[in-house]
Design a binder for this molecule. Sequence first.
Ligand code: PEP
Ligand code: MN
Length: 260
Amino acid sequence: MDNLLSHKNSGDPIIVKVKDIDIGREKKVVISGPCAVEDYDTMILLAKKLKSCGVNILRGGAFKPRTSPYDFQGLEEKGLEILKAVREEVNIPISTEIMDPRDIEKSLEYIDVIQVGSRNMYNYSLLKEIGRLKTPVILKRGISATIKEWLCAAEYILSGGNENVIFCERGIRTFEPYTRNTLDLNAVAFIKNNYRLPIIVDPSHGTGVRELVYPMSLASIAAGADGLIIESHLNPDKSISDAKQTISVDTLCDIINKIK
Ligand code: PEP
Ligand code: MN
């Protein structure tokens, strides 16, 4: 373990580059967009608003890992097409989740950052395939993963030759039912103190509660996070997935103004 994960005492922080955006420097990076890509018209309008309030990278799921197989599974290739069109028109980098190693190759022309979702942190075939690339990857923490298991998952990607790993704390499953997950800010401070790779926080999945996204965004930055990934929507209550944790563009702008 830890053969390639760079320890803090072995040098300066590692900066992961997404186009011209540096993740891991003093300046905090904000990634935002809907849980799922829904349609072109709302995505383009949202992307323009997000960019103008300082969002650095646009997110949106084309392949959605849903607990129930009967829930909306994402627009898949059509979702990727929408993301690509928005990227070109708005000139903003794109981050999206890839679940199946067979989807990696075709996705590369559409996106700038690959998200490994919480449910796939243990998908070692996926991690090995992503390790062969140079594309930056947001590695979300598994829903019940220890920090060590999470570090090992990063090691799978790093040992394949892809050094562009960004950790993402997105809450872990605990005994507490009032929030969707328990945002483990200990892990953020721990990784910042001990390792050189960047780490961001997802307070949307970390809380599951819209009203908690603002305070936990600030808490994440205070704990040392290099940035945030937040679900936002033009009409949060109408979001196809994760509506309860999705915030408005106005709230997102408030968060950005506060942290920057
Ligand atoms: C998401 O980002 O929409 C998502 C499914 O997140 P997670 O993998 O953290 O549950
Ligand atoms: Mn979501």
